[in-house]
Design a binder for this molecule. Structure first.
Ligand SMILES: *[C@@H]1O[C@H](CO)[C@@H](O)[C@H](O)[C@H]1NC(C)=O
Ligand SMILES: *[C@@H]1O[C@H](CO)[C@@H](O)[C@H](O)[C@H]1NC(C)=O
Length: 288
């Protein structure tokens, strides 16, 4: 087992950026949900690799990959956060690996890549962080959409502030829902969604979220997640096409319609990340 990046470097990088890809809040929430569901052995295992036995061992490093992509060393990883589906919302949605995963890579390829590395026991902090991160990103609908650079080029306003469609899905809408973006806010949101999974609105469906999860086939597994997520581009992100959102104020009805999808996708991402980490921990321990 090699530890290639010192913890201090990780934390330095983690604090550099705050507004990228599901945003800090979304990623920390996904990590906290995963922490709530992993097996006790998995927690011990990853706390040890991350050299952090605190109750935030995963959440504290959950946004590391977002900063890494903006460093010289990490530039190659920028395409690993998304897969640009060349579909045509709102009429037709769909993700195809061969068509949509560019030659510089994509989130599905990255999940394959980093899962294989983890199972090969080349466990290091960086690899764990990026693996966890990409699993979260694939659940954000506009990370599975090619149109206008995943909505980055679609100008909108939110609460009177000029921004873009991608950004409000990553950041503005989750933060409005939760009322902040601190680690405590993420913990609170995660505990709420955890309760919804255990005994609330998701109790009947949560088991189905793990259908088709196969650690030996990360491409089929993560494509299934991308397909499922990309459908929301047609139903919720762009229900009446680009014209319905461009230069519009989206903090009203649009936001209200988006909230159930955001909650569901964060819950699914956290629950699936827990299972993925369990499978990696078991797989690696069996090999050692
Ligand atoms: C796999 O990961 C390595 C190391 O981080 C990276 O250099 C390579 O480009 C990645 N390949 C894909 C297909 O993501
Ligand atoms: C989650 O939070 C919402 C909004 O505050 C609340 O209505 C709901 O009851 C909470 N769910 C659980 C299971 O605590």
């Amino acid at each position: 087992m090699k530890l290639t990046l010192p913890t201090s470097a990780l934390f330095l990088l983690s604090s550099a950026h705050h507004t990228l890809a599901w945003g800090t809040l979304g990623h920390e929430t996904v990590a906290f949900i995963a922490q709530n569901f992993v097996a006790a052995d998995t927690q011990v295992f990853f706390s040890s690799i991350l050299q952090d036995t605190s109750p935030q061992y995963l959440a504290k490093v959950a946004t590391w990959a977002d900063s890494f992509r903006y460093t010289a060393a990490g530039k190659f990883s920028a395409p690993f956060h998304f897969i640009d589906a060349e579909d045509s919302p709102p009429d037709s949605c769909g993700v195809k690996y061969a068509r949509d995963c560019g030659k510089s890579g994509c989130v599905v390829g990255a999940i394959l890549n980093y899962t294989s590395q983890l199972l090969d026991s080349s466990l290091d902090q960086a690899t764990i962080n990026v693996a966890a991160k990409f699993l979260g990103d694939i659940h954000q609908p506009l990370h599975d959409e090619g149109l206008d650079r995943g909505g980055n080029s679609i100008a909108v306003t939110f609460g009177g502030v000029a921004t873009n469609l991608h950004h409000i899905w990553d950041t503005n809408m989750p933060e409005k829902l939760v009322g902040g973006y601190s680690l405590d806010d993420a913990q609170r949101w995660a505990n709420n969604l955890t309760a919804e999974i255990q005994t609330g609105v998701y109790v009947d469906e949560a088991k189905s979220w793990l259908e088709g999860v196969d650690i030996a086939d990360p491409v089929t597994t993560s494509l299934r997640w991308a397909e499922e997520t990309n459908k929301y581009v047609c139903t919720t992100v762009l229900p009446t096409g680009k014209d319905g959102v461009e230069n519009q104020e989206l903090s009203g009805d649009y936001y209200e319609a988006a909230v159930p999808v955001i909650q569901l996708q964060i819950a699914r991402a956290g629950y699936r990340l827990a299972r993925w980490l369990d499978l990696i921990a078991v797989g690696v321990r069996t090999e050692l």
